[in-house]
Design a protein around this ligand. Structure first.
Ligand code: ZN
Length: 320
């Protein structure tokens, strides 16, 4: 079976894996990125660790058809570079694909936005398998998205399509990391949900959250869900608002892409049915009925492997 070498670059960790054409992971590992020390040292160390894995698996670069890299955007995918990513300062202009290709016998290498790669991974190997139109959304510290439409990953003009977390929900909302006001992710990401609870506590609302979290400043979505289960009024209110915000954005996604399935991943999905059941209802209420009728909203299928398997899906697509 054909194999690729896949890399999942993040601000804190740089993961890698050997992935078969059926999406199975033969082996994997990770190094610390130490992003502030620049790209060359990170690429060198991840390549050295990946070579160790290849030795363990008794494989050599010639046993692979390609290299795939998933990275936070924005990217210059034609040059294989990060292009102004806030979590990777000083990396702009360094060709990650060129460096990794050189380390592995000149294998063809391509880079894609991590959420776009995840979308292709879920489409090919995960919860979107067998469907033609798959949108992937991750709800964690931010909200990211990727779309596979008519069986093809939508990359857009320069590889940065489907920045869905920055759909503007309101004109005057909180300021987003992107500089604009009222983006979807400043209301509905895991970070935003916890922030809204902390703001309510700071404004004098009482809640069991303060005790559960060991102080208002430590409140996370995990505590909010615990408090919801215990009947805490403020947490219920925050959670219902969050479902509404999530549904609004998903309604926009349904109306924009007319997908067969929206695959939702990220830390917040640990809530399971407490999230998915009302979120589906909310999303449908904001979408055209003809579009929502054909769209299911399901949890991600690739779990913690999504980065590496997504990068692998992009590499397989690259070599055809
Ligand atoms: Zn934004």
């Amino acid at each position: 079976m054909r194999k690729v070498l896949a890399f999942d670059l993040g601000g804190t960790k740089f993961a890698f894996g050997v992935v078969n054409e059926d999406g199975s992971v033969l082996g994997s590992g990770r190094v610390e990125t130490h992003a502030e020390k620049g790209p060359a040292q990170a690429c060198d160390r991840v390549a050295a660790e990946a070579h160790k894995l290849l030795d363990e698996l008794k494989l050599k670069p010639a046993d692979f058809v390609a290299i795939g890299v998933a990275s936070p955007g924005p990217l210059d995918i034609s040059r294989g570079c990060v292009d102004g990513s806030p979590n990777l300062p000083g990396w702009t202009g360094y060709s990650i694909t060129e460096a990794l290709s050189k380390s592995f016998g000149g294998l063809p290498a391509r880079i894609d936005n991590d959420c776009n790669a995840a979308a292709l991974g879920e489409f090919r190997f995960g919860a979107g398998k067998g469907k033609k139109n798959v949108v992937y959304i991750t709800v964690s510290t931010g909200i990211g998205g990727g779309a596979v439409i008519d069986g093809r990953l939508m990359r857009g003009s320069n590889g940065n399509a489907a920045e869905l977390g920055h759909i503007p929900l309101t004109m005057d909302g909180p300021r987003c990391g992107c500089g604009n006001l009222g983006c979807w992710e400043v209301y509905a990401s895991g970070t935003a949900i916890a922030r809204r609870a902390r703001e309510a506590l700071a404004a004098g609302r009482t809640s069991s959250l303060t005790v559960l979290a060991g102080g208002a400043e430590h409140v996370t979505t995990h505590h909010i869900l615990q408090a919801v289960a215990q009947g805490d009024a403020l947490s219920k209110e925050i959670w219902e608002q969050s479902i509404n915000y999530l549904g609004r954005g998903l309604g926009a996604v349904i109306n924009t892409f007319n997908p067969d399935v929206i695959v939702v991943g990220g830390g917040v999905t640990a809530a399971g049915d407490t999230l998915f059941v009302p979120m589906r209802q909310s999303a449908n209420s904001y979408a055209f009925p003809r579009l929502s009728a054909v769209c299911t909203i399901v949890p991600a299928g690739l779990g913690g492997n999504v980065g590496v398997v997504g990068a692998a899906a992009c590499a397989f697509e690259h070599v055809g």
